[in-house]
Design a binder for this molecule. Structure first.
Ligand SMILES: Cc1cc2nc3c(=O)[nH]c(=O)nc-3n(C[C@H](O)[C@H](O)[C@H](O)COP(=O)(O)O)c2cc1C
Length: 190
């Protein structure tokens, strides 16, 4: 598959078949992730592959987080739907930045922004490789509502970035609308 085709075909998939994903394929998407560029080649990413009951624990913690949000503000947005996806997808990959976010000075802010962009590039590589392999995926930041509970349970003291659900798709979502590139681009200072 050409890269342009993968970019066009990629969708956030939120319904999955129950068949497991072979570890070999999980390895391939993770390898693609690690081929992403990163600031100073720091490669500020680590992945935790969860399946079965372990995955369900993440969903339980998100639902507890949703309950708290609902009690506080009357709504938990799309958190419960994301928890459902995590329960139903056969594989969930937790993405962490192993470089602790220390200090709040301007240099730390810059380093943190650089790292976050690097991890984003890795996640996008992962999603595109999944398309090539016929797998569905969705990038899930709603895990962050339970970041402390999940990180404690995983024994992580570093920074949770996101989760990616992965599996054989059980839906073919239509393309979500996009602003045309001309609308979001300015040539020169204008
Ligand atoms: C940083 C980021 C966080 C996201 N978090 C979630 C999430 O928590 N739950 C979810 O269902 N989708 C999540 N998405 C998927 C977006 O909703 C989706 O990419 C967007 O609606 C465009 O649809 P498409 O991916 O099918 O093109 C996230 C995407 C990104 C890039």
């Amino acid at each position: 598959m050409k890269i342009g085709e993968a970019i066009i075909k990629r969708r956030s998939v939120r319904k999955y078949q129950s068949q497991p994903v072979p570890r070999e394929l999980i390895g391939q998407v993770l390898e693609a992730a690690t081929l992403a560029p990163s600031g100073k080649n720091a490669q500020p990413w680590e992945f935790i592959v969860l399946e079965g009951q372990e995955k369900d624990t993440i969903a339980d913690m998100m639902e507890a987080g949703a309950e708290q949000l609902e009690a506080m503000s009357g709504s938990s947005g799309s958190v419960r739907n994301s928890a459902r996806i995590i329960r139903e997808a056969p594989v969930v990959i937790m993405v962490y930045n192993p470089r602790k976010r220390e200090g709040a000075g301007p240099l730390q802010q810059v380093l943190w922004t650089v790292d976050t962009q690097s991890v984003g590039a890795a996640i996008q590589n992962l999603l595109l490789k999944a398309v090539e392999l016929g797998l569905g995926s969705v990038w899930i930041c709603n895990v962050l509502v339970a970041r402390e509970q999940i990180s404690t349970w995983l024994g992580r003291e570093d920074e949770m970035i996101a989760a990616v659900a992965l599996g054989w798709p059980a839906e073919e979502p239509a393309a979500r609308p996009r602003k045309p590139w001309q609308q979001v681009t300015q040539w020169g200072r204008g």
